[in-house]
Design a protein around this ligand. Structure first.
Ligand code: PEP
Ligand code: MN
Length: 264
C-alpha cells in the first residue's frame, strides 16, 4: 500500500493551519532532544517563531541507553509542551514508546514519533495504525530500507495513511561519528514509496559542527524535510547536547536549507 506502484501521487500530510508535509514542500522540524522545563520550551518556541518554523520536536518519554540517564518529563511535560505550543501556533512532534501511552498522549500531539529502537515494535505500529494522528517512523538502528517500508506498511494497512519515513543514520563499525547518515536512502525511498521522506542529521552524524553540511546534503538528495536538535545552551542539554546546535547556528541552518531547497 505504501509503494509508488499502488499510489502514484505523493502523500501529503496536513497538520492544519497551513502546515503540510510532503513533496513540493520543505518542512523544518526542530527543537531539543528532551523537553526539560517551561522556560526551555518558551525559548525554543520564540526561536522557531522568529524563523517561521512551524513544528517543534522534543521528547518527554526518552529511550536512553542507561537507565540512570534522564528519561523525560513524561505526560505532565507533554501537557506543558502542548499548552505553550498551542498558544504560539506551533505543532508538536514527540516520541511514543509504547502502546499504553498512545491514549494519554493523543490529544497533546500533532505527530507521533516512533524512535529507531521501536521501529519494529509491531504492536506499537498496529496501534498507531488505528490512531488518527500522523506518524514519523524512524529507520531502525541497523534497519534495512525494506524493514522500514514494511514497518510503515503495518501502520498504513491498519488504516492510518499519514506516515513519514525518517532516515536517522545506521550503525556501522565507524566510530568517528555516532551513526552513518545514509543519504542513499532518500532517493531510493522516494522512488519506492509515495510517503514523505524526512532526514534527521543530528542523530545521523551525532556531531553538532557537522549537522549543517549533512542537512544541506539531505535537501539536495531530495528530502521532503529535516528534523534536527536545537537548544538555547546545547552544552547544558539533558540529552544529546553533543549533536545539538545553538539558536545562532540553527538560524543559519534554516536560512541555508531554504536557499538550498530553492536551488533544487
Ligand atoms: C530522538 O529523536 O531524540 C531519538 C531518540 O531518536 P532515535 O530514535 O532516532 O535515536
Ligand atoms: Mn536525541
Amino acid at each position: 500500500l505504501i509503494s509508488r506502484k499502488w499510489r502514484v501521487n505523493p502523500t501529503l500530510i496536513d497538520l492544519g493551519d497551513g502546515v503540510v508535509i510532503g513533496e513540493g514542500n520543505f518542512s523544518i522540524m526542530a527543537g531539543p532532544c528532551s523537553i526539560e522545563s517551561e522556560r526551555q520550551i518558551e525559548l525554543v518556541v520564540e526561536h522557531l517563531k522568529a524563523n517561521e518554523v512551524k513544528v517543534m520536536r522534543g521528547g518527554v518519554f526518552k529511550p536512553r541507553s542507561s537507565p540512570y540517564a534522564f528519561r523525560g518529563l513524561g505526560i505532565d511535560g507533554l501537557k506543558m509542551f502542548h499548552r505553550i505550543c498551542r498558544e504560539n501556533g506551533i505543532k508538536i512532534i514527540t516520541e511514543v514508546m509504547q502502546v499504553s501511552q498512545i491514549e494519554d498522549m493523543v490529544d497533546y500531539v500533532d505527530v507521533f514519533q516512533v524512535g529507531a529502537r521501536n521501529s519494529q515494535n509491531f504492536n506499537l505500529l498496529d496501534a498507531l495504525g488505528e490512531a488518527q494522528k500522523p506518524v514519523l517512523l524512524k529507520r531502525g538502528i541497523s534497519g534495512t530500507l525494506e524493514e522500514l517500508l514494511q514497518a510503515a506498511e503495518y501502520i498504513f494497512s491498519n488504516g492510518n495513511e499519514k506516515i513519514m519515513l525518517c532516515e536517522r543514520g545506521i550503525r556501522s563499525y565507524e566510530n568517528a561519528y555516532r551513526n552513518v547518515l545514509d543519504l542513499n536512502a532518500v532517493p531510493v525511498l522516494k522512488a519506492k514509496t509515495h510517503l514523505p521522506v524526512i532526514v534527521d542529521p543530528s542523530h545521523g552524524i551525532g556531531l553538532r559542527d557537522h549537522v549543517e553540511p549533512m542537512s544541506l546534503a539531505a535537501v539536495m538528495a531530495g528530502a521532503d524535510g529535516v528534523i534536527y536538535e536545537t537548544h538555547q545552551k546545547p552544552e547544558e542539554a539533558f540529552s544529546d547536547g553533543q549533536q545539538t546546535v545553538n539558536f545562532q547556528e540553527s538560524e543559519r541552518l534554516i536560512r541555508r536549507m531554504r536557499q538550498a531547497f530553492e536551488l533544487r
